[in-house]
Every structure is written in structure tokens, then in C-alpha cells.
Design a protein around this ligand. Structure first.
Ligand SMILES: O=C(O)CCC(=O)C(=O)O
Length: 303
């Protein structure tokens, strides 16, 4: 169970990034500019402690693009993160931006080429502390392979390899669980993260115009209520001139399932103040965390 004392109020900023085009250098320049802007905070909130970018922010979204834009990051989840030898362009930008604004940054995701096996590309989220150190990463575990006839067909597995680990990291204000987009459809991941003490789950994502309207909010509110945690997904802005039309609506949900913040469709920064008391009162009032019947069914987190 999370240690309540390690969970402190903090401000979260989601960057619903627009103008993601074919020019990677331009995508990185714009993402950096938006991190600096997000760091200023809004009139209603203080300077954010944690800034989040969307899934696949440095390249157009599509399985054909992933190998072209892939970068070698240089280490694996669970490794000693000091072993980064030569940071990639995206890692350099994210690290220096985090250091410049003195905030935690969840760098959405980028296509990552395996350092040891050139044939493997992952969809990878990297995380930086306010000193600009790369402290965690998550490779999308569940690849987005769907086929809804007449609506949407997508097959990430044509060019991507799925990650093999579940990941979270500790800040001075919360334990934060990571996932990427389609990972949210697999409740076991969120259950395990919550039982390992995560207070907040952050999944960079990019739902689409078919599944977005039906499932984007529903899935986030479900994971939040099931696990009595804060849940947040950060999307790219919708761009109807791009090959993939993202749903947008970057969102933050509290442990009772209330939507604390939601973007529209365009480029926007959503700020939310995260209050630990909302988690504590949800768990005290509806004590499911103490009522589980592991004598009747098994605990998926007990592995
Ligand atoms: O699950 C969905 O409907 C969308 C998932 C997705 O877009 C992704 O994993 O990138």
C-alpha cells in the first residue's frame, strides 16, 4: 500500500502538443518551447512540479514512421540509469528542458531502437528529474493492433516490439506509475502499479476518432475508481491534415472518478492540482483496498 506520508500536494501539467510533423528537429524545438511555457504555470495554479508530453511527440504517428524516427537511448528499464553513454537528440532535449525549468518531465514517448539489437524498435517513455537526469523509462507493453472494419486498422506490431517490464518512479511528492496508451486497456497493469504503492498513473496516449469518444474517458475513470488512484493521459492535439487523427482531450481524473481537468482538441496545456486528501478520503469512505478476497481469487500483483 502507498505510504500516505510520501504523497504530497503537487501540480501536474499536461501538454497537448500540436504541430507534430515530419521534421523531427522542429518537433523537438516545439516540444521544448511548450515545456518552457508549461513551466510558467497558469493563473489558477502554481508552477507545475510534473510536466507531461504525449505519446510519439517527435514523429508522425504510424507504424511506418517508427523505425525511421527511432533513436538509441542506451539502456534498458531496470538498468542503472547512469549508464547512458550518448544521449539521443530527444533525450538531450528532454533532459536539458527538465533541468532548465527545474521540474519533473515525463517525456511522452518516442520510437526507441534497441541498443543491442538493431531489429527491435519500442514505443518508449522516458522520465527526467529536475536535475535533468533520466531516472525511469517504460516501453509500451501492449502493442496497438486493432481492426475495426470500416473504421480503423492499426498494427504497431508490424514494426514495434512490446516492452517486458512494468515501471514506476518515485518523486519527492508521489510514486508515479507509467503506461502508454493501449496499455490502459489491460487493467492488470494499473492494479499492479496501485498495489505497488503508486498514487498517480500517467499514460501518454493517442486515442483516435473511433475509440476516443467511447473509451478515452471511460477507461481513465475506470482505472482511477478501480484502484483509487489519480489517472492521467496526455494526447497530441488533433491534426486533420495528419495521417492519424488523435482524439485529444488530455485528462486528469481523481480517485473518485471526477474529471479534474480536460483539454479540447487543439494545442493546450491542462493544469491540475493533485490533492492527496482525495485519495485518502476515497479509500477511507469506500475501503475496497482492505476488502479484497485473495482467498477467493488471486492477487495479480503478487508476482
Ligand atoms: O486503445 C485504443 O483505442 C487506442 C490505442 C492507441 O491509439 C495506441 O495505443 O496508440
Amino acid at each position: 500500500m502507498p505510504n500516505a506520508s510520501s504523497f504530497k500536494p503537487f501540480t501536474l501539467a499536461l501538454i497537448q502538443l500540436g504541430s507534430i510533423g515530419p521534421n523531427k528537429a522542429e518537433n523537438l524545438r516545439h516540444a521544448r518551447e511548450m515545456i518552457l511555457k508549461a513551466a510558467l504555470g497558469s493563473v489558477a495554479t502554481k508552477k507545475p512540479d510534473l510536466i507531461v508530453l504525449p505519446e510519439c511527440f517527435n514523429s508522425p504517428y504510424g507504424h511506418v514512421h517508427f523505425p525511421v524516427y527511432a533513436e538509441k537511448i542506451g539502456f534498458s528499464p531496470g538498468a542503472d540509469y547512469d549508464v547512458v553513454v550518448s544521449p539521443s537528440d530527444s533525450v538531450k532535449m528532454l533532459s536539458s528542458a527538465a533541468k532548465e525549468v527545474r521540474a519533473w518531465v515525463i517525456g511522452g514517448s518516442i520510437p526507441e531502437r534497441d541498443i543491442a539489437d538493431d531489429t527491435k524498435v519500442y514505443n518508449t517513455c522516458t522520465v527526467y528529474n529536475p536535475d535533468g537526469e533520466l531516472v525511469a523509462m517504460h516501453r509500451k507493453v501492449h502493442l496497438f493492433d486493432i481492426d475495426i472494419p470500416g473504421k480503423i486498422k492499426f498494427k504497431e506490431s508490424e514494426t514495434l516490439t512490446g516492452g517486458t517490464s512494468l515501471n514506476y518512479f518515485d518523486t519527492d511528492f508521489a510514486r508515479i506509475g507509467l503506461g502508454i496508451c493501449y496499455d490502459i486497456r489491460f487493467p492488470e497493469m494499473a492494479i499492479i502499479a496501485a498495489r505497488k504503492g503508486c498514487h498517480v498513473l500517467v499514460y501518454p496516449g493517442a486515442f483516435n476518432m473511433t475509440t476516443g469518444p467511447l473509451h478515452w474517458e471511460l477507461l481513465q475513470r475506470s482505472r482511477a475508481v478501480d484502484n483509487q488512484v489519480f489517472m492521467s493521459m496526455c494526447s497530441p492535439a488533433r491534426d486533420l491534415s495528419a495521417g492519424y487523427h488523435a482524439w485529444g482531450h488530455s485528462m486528469v481524473v481523481d480517485p473518485m472518478g471526477r474529471v479534474l481537468g480536460e483539454a479540447g482538441e487543439g494545442e493546450e496545456i491542462v493544469y491540475s492540482d493533485i490533492e492527496p486528501s482525495a485519495l485518502e478520503s476515497a479509500r477511507a469512505g469506500i475501503p475496497v483496498t482492505k476488502q479484497r478476497r485473495f482467498d477467493v481469487y488471486s492477487d495479480v500483483s503478487a508476482q
